[in-house]
Ligand binder design. Structure first.
Ligand code: SF4
Length: 275
């Protein structure tokens, strides 16, 4: 690929967790040797919504809360792309929540990375749906409750090696066509809600627990519920179905749309409007 574009420098505050997410993503793409010209990173609104500017891949800044339908559409149009949606918990779990539920359900082979810091950082620290001490929403439990879900993980920017490994696993799951890879990352906002110390104490790493089976959905759900009742935050590979197959999607980019060879199909479509 000819070098025609120089990525921007991150605009985040010094110490922001999003630096760790970006480093893990760049490292995972390098680990998998994914060409930049075959990669599309899309992001929503907020501080996290600038990550695509820093990647040197194709990038797209989607509307507030709409990164998942935009990413799904891009993948449907060209399933050969490695499509990565990214954003914050405010973007993804408030206005974007309806899209998240249905993306779990539809299971497109894309990766979604949510940088969870419990607040809206860009607008100076209002509570988001994941702010601790409020009626906290847990997207991990939500994902486990949707039976079509195939990949759920949570990382922490204080554990960079594990985060890079989880990001690589998520990208691999999606690139193998197995479905939607959902990775939430505990990514503290040091300016408006510095949770580094709190999360350092509260997180518990399931990847180091030999009794935990991430391929058992029911056990995963029960374990996460039990840990959260003890005010612990599980990280690691939460649930993974390595045999999953993606749902059926239209594929406009590779479909045969030559009118000469699709006369019956076109006639059928036209006839539907004559009824
Ligand atoms: Fe990061 Fe918070 Fe600064 Fe935004 S305001 S860049 S989330 S530290």
């Amino acid at each position: 690929m000819t070098a025609t574009y120089r990525p921007a420098e991150p605009i985040w505050c010094a110490g922001c967790g999003h630096f760790g997410v970006e480093a893990a993503l760049i490292g995972a793409l390098a680990d998998l040797d994914v060409p930049k010209e075959d990669t599309l990173v899309l992001a929503g609104i907020g501080c996290s919504g600038t990550i695509q500017n820093n990647m040197g891949t194709y990038g797209y800044h989607a509307l507030h809360g709409r990164v998942l339908p935009t990413a799904t559409g891009a993948w449907e149009a060209n399933p050969d792309l490695t499509v990565i949606a990214a954003g914050g918990d405010g973007d993804g779990y408030a206005i974007g929540m309806g899209h998240l539920i249905h993306t779990f359900r539809r299971n497109p082979a894309i990766t979604y990375i949510v940088m969870n810091n419990g607040i809206y950082g860009l607008t100076k620290g209002q509570n988001s749906p994941t702010r601790q001490g409020t009626a906290t929403l847990d997207a991990i439990l939500l994902g486990l409750s949707v039976l079509e879900t195939t990949f759920i993980a949570r990382g922490f920017t204080r554990a960079p090696d594990q985060l890079r490994h989880l990001t690589t696993a998520a990208l691999t799951h999606a690139r193998q066509g197995r479905g939607f890879a959902f990775l939430e990352v505990l990514s503290p906002c040091v300016t408006y809600n510095d949770t580094y110390t709190r999360w350092e104490t509260e997180h518990i790493d399931l990847d180091t627990d030999n009794t935990y089976d991430p391929t058992d959905r029911s056990s995963a759900f029960a374990r996460v519920v039990a840990l959260e009742a003890e005010a612990r935050i599980p990280i690691g590979m939460i649930y993974h179905d390595p045999t999953a197959e993606p749902g059926t999607f239209p594929n406009p980019a590779t479909a045969d749309i030559d009118p000469a060879t699709n006369t019956d199909t076109y006639a059928d479509i036209v006839n539907r409007y004559r009824i």
